[in-house]
Design a protein around this ligand. Structure first.
Ligand code: 3PG
Length: 212
């Protein structure tokens, strides 16, 4: 799949809701309930980070939840890309962008949100055809002020900022012309998952879904 086609599909996913939950799943028993709770609250696009041993199995289970669009985050190697696709991920997210990751996403037909945090990184990805990028780590790399500034010379690239984004600052990003959505972990707090308080997670999702 070409970078342009990947970006077209990534844009579709980013436009489903203002927030993409970034999920770290430790207990496979949480996977389905978590996905159902977030989708019920109005957040259909879900990023499951490949940071825990159960992440791929979680993607497999969550991909069956009606209305959800499950992606794999923290893609670090071509093997991650292949495994994510096989597990049913419909998109991928990486903290940065290496040629090996980009080649693997092309080979395995996984629409990628490649990570960038500087003008040069953004331009290199744009030259390759990626017009939708993850801005990471967002707050630490200059936040909404950076994205507003970069939108002047490079308006054709749209972003999903992730990293340090919360209910408090999400609107600062979502108000910008070059932002499609934000990503964040605040909608799925670990303690609520541990308690099995899925209603609380649905409430957080609904609050996030109403951000614009
Ligand atoms: C991540 O990869 O951990 C995401 O950027 C989430 O960051 P957050 O926990 O600050 O929302």
């Amino acid at each position: 799949m070409t970078p342009a086609e990947q970006s077209r599909l990534a844009a579709e996913i980013c436009r489903l809701a203002p927030v993409v939950p970034v999920l770290v799943i430790d207990d496979l028993h949480h996977a389905r309930k978590l996905a159902e709770a977030l989708v019920a609250g109005g957040l259909p696009a879900l990023e499951v980070t490949l940071r825990t041993p159960v992440a791929l199995d979680a993607i497999r289970m969550m991909a069956e939840v009606p209305g959800g669009r499950v992606g794999a985050g923290t893609l670090m190697t071509p093997a991650d890309v292949k495994a994510a696709k096989a597990a049913g991920a419909t998109f991928g997210v990486a903290p940065g962008a290496t040629d090996r990751i980009l080649d693997a996403c092309a080979e395995y037909d996984l629409p990628l949100l490649p990570g960038a945090a500087t003008a040069t990184e953004i331009m290199v990805l744009l030259e390759k055809g990626y017009t939708i990028q993850k801005f990471f780590p967002a707050e630490q790399s200059g936040g909404a002020a950076f994205l507003k500034s970069i939108g002047a010379p490079i308006p054709q690239v749209k972003f999903c900022p992730t990293g340090g984004v919360s209910l408090k600052n999400a609107r600062d990003y979502l108000g910008l012309a070059n932002i499609l959505c934000v990503g964040g972990s605040w909608v799925a707090p670990k303690d609520a998952m541990m308690r099995g308080d899925w209603a609380a997670i649905t409430a957080l999702a609904a609050e996030a879904a109403a951000l614009r």
